[in-house]
Ligand binder design. Structure first.
Ligand code: SF4
Length: 105
């Protein structure tokens, strides 16, 4: 079951996950007027690498952990996958949204 990027990523986009994904299936774009990233479910091999790479815990281990965002990742993938890569943010850069760690994965 493909991994999923959740609401926690919205407006944050550290993009650390991109560097560790062996199949290059994580892509940036805009969602709800904010920068966001998705995992292309057609290409994710469930290797687990991205899960621990995200400094704010925005990735969950499968669609069943966040079905709403699983659907959103799948819907956005066809357009996001054509977007150019974005620069990474340092992992120790504080989250822009003060409430981000209260969001439930
Ligand atoms: Fe890429 Fe592996 Fe994460 Fe899937 S689980 S998005 S293949 S790093």
């Amino acid at each position: 079951m493909p991994y999923v990027i959740t609401e926690k990523c919205l407006g944050e986009v550290y993009a650390q996950c991109v560097d560790v994904c062996p199949v290059n299936c994580i892509h940036p774009g805009d969602y709800k007027g904010q920068p966001f990233m998705i995992i292309n479910p057609e290409e994710c091999t469930e290797c687990t690498s991205c899960y621990s790479a995200c400094p704010i815990g925005a990735i969950v281990e499968g669609v069943d952990k966040d079905p709403e965002y699983g659907k959103i990742n799948a819907e956005l993938a066809p357009t996001f996958k054509n977007n150019p890569p974005i620069p990474t943010r340092p992992a120790n850069d504080p989250p822009k949204r003060p409430d981000v760690n209260k969001l439930v994965n």
